[in-house]
Design a protein around this ligand. Structure first.
Ligand code: SAH
Ligand code: SF4
Length: 413
């Protein structure tokens, strides 16, 4: 079985990518969740099916998993009755375990999930009048320690597997009752098209904005998002998927080329001094380098703008001068941009306060008057700690002070 130990990362270092593509299981069966179709075919062949059978069965199973949401081989009615137990003995189609499901008064839902090897992570669903957005996690914790982010205070980190990432989308579809209804169990597999429901979905958009830095888990995020976009399965358009990065510059071009989703960048400050403090990754990839990578982002255009996220921290990054500088930078780099102003969401022990509504309004007006859209994001799900930056599982609750102390000790040892 693959090593599932968590990585303990004391300071500002890149995580070692976990060498695993299949979610490990204690019972020895192979979990097909998150496995690409071609790989399912290989696994079926390795288990003993002849090449033609392996190809046919992988196509059928893929359809049942991602188009129909079925997780029992017994329900796959176009696969022969004898074959179904053969598959079930060797394979499984798992979902992340739900530890707790919470509902906010504003309709936002948060799920605390658990991996097969016992690590906890979270996903959030945010319903709006015209869309429903699922906020998906890419790692347990995060190595990057942005000073305003609760997830960044988690000491323990491991990359999520493709199955654990796409499993979040599957679970959300389960919870929202969004699989096509067709006639399934025990029948001959023929569908009544009148029962088939493809439109009017609640889950319309995905944002990679949960726990973790998605570009530090590039391969697994890519595999998972390819499955989400596959027309034979979940079939969500790449235009409805946004990946948010804190600025992992060397991976940004690759993200545009190989995944092709919308990009959001957590800018949060316009001077080196302030960004170094609040987004420490800035010491490695500075603002100029980051904006140049944005200007070169494949697929960015006026029709597909790059979103700059800007958390509003009182007396830190929220002055009129900062707003003017933000406009200047966006213009200097010729960026097709919009700016999302995020009121800071506090958490126990956080070192900052949210800017006043007047300050946020003034900042927004300056950016807006320069011709750049600058909406203020309404915080959602604050009452259940589901808002931006509030995600943190109980696994490793340590104070910032304790964390800094440990990092200092590790540096002197
Ligand atoms: N790691 C990625 C994606 C996850 S964070 C990234 O940093 O971009 C999603 C967004 O929430 C980021 O823009 C992040 O900076 C922001 N955020 C983090 N903590 C926050 C807080 N306490 N209040 C408001 N926004 C926060
Ligand atoms: Fe990690 Fe993003 Fe939080 Fe920074 S803001 S610590 S990159 S999750």
């Amino acid at each position: 079985m693959a090593d599932t130990a968590l990585m303990s990362i004391p300071g500002q270092v890149d995580p070692v990518p976990a060498p695993r593509d299949i979610t490990p299981r204690a019972d020895g069966r192979t979990d097909l969740m998150g496995v690409p179709k071609e790989r399912i075919q290989e696994l079926f062949a390795e288990a003993g099916l002849d090449p033609k059978q392996a190809k046919l069965r992988s196509k059928q199973v893929f359809h049942w998993i991602y188009h129909r949401g079925v997780s029992e081989f017994a329900d796959m009615t176009d696969i022969s009755k004898a074959m179904r137990p053969w598959l079930a003995k060797r394979f499984v189609i798992a979902r992340p375990e739900v530890v707790e499901a919470q509902h906010s008064t504003d309709g936002t839902r948060k799920w605390l999930l658990k991996t097969a090897d016992g690590h906890e992570y979270e996903m959030v669903f945010i319903p709006d009048a015209d869309r429903g957005t699922l906020c998906v996690s890419s790692q347990v914790g995060c190595t990057l320690n942005c000073r305003f982010c609760h997830t960044g205070t988690m000491k323990l980190v491991r990359n999520l597997t493709p199955g654990e990432i796409v499993g979040q989308v599957m679970l959300a579809r389960d919870a929202l009752g969004e699989w096509p209804k067709g006639s399934m169990a025990g029948l001959d597999g023929e569908e009544d098209s009148s029962e088939y429901r493809a439109d009017g979905r609640l889950l319309t958009n995905i944002v990679m904005m949960g726990m973790g830095e998605p570009l530090y888990n590039f391969d697994n995020v890519k595999t998972a998002l390819k499955l989400v976009m596959d027309g034979a399965g979940l079939a969500l358009s790449r235009r409805r998927i946004t990946l948010s990065t804190s600025g992992v510059v060397p991976m940004m071009g690759k993200c545009g080329d190989e995944i092709g989703v919308n990009l959001a960048v957590s800018l949060h400050a316009v001077t080196k001094e302030i960004r170094d403090e609040i987004v420490p990754l800035n010491k490695k990839y500075g603002i100029e380098e980051l904006l140049a990578a944005c200007a070169a982002y494949p697929g960015a255009s006026n029709a597909r703008r790059i979103t700059f996220e800007y958390v509003m921290l009182k007396d830190k990054n929220d002055s009129d001068e900062h707003a003017h500088e933000l406009v200047r930078l966006i213009k200097e780099y010729g960026l097709p941009a919009k700016v999302n102003l995020i009121p800071f969401n506090p958490w126990p022990g956080s070192a900052y306060e949210c800017s006043t509504p007047e300050r946020i309004k003034s900042f927004s007006n300056i950016v807006f008057e320069a011709g750049i859209s600058a909406p203020v994001r309404t915080p959602r799900g604050r009452d259940i700690d589901a808002a931006c930056g509030q995600l943190k599982t109980a696994a490793a609750k340590k104070s910032r002070a304790q964390r800094d102390r440990e990092a200092a000790e590790a540096a002197t040892n």
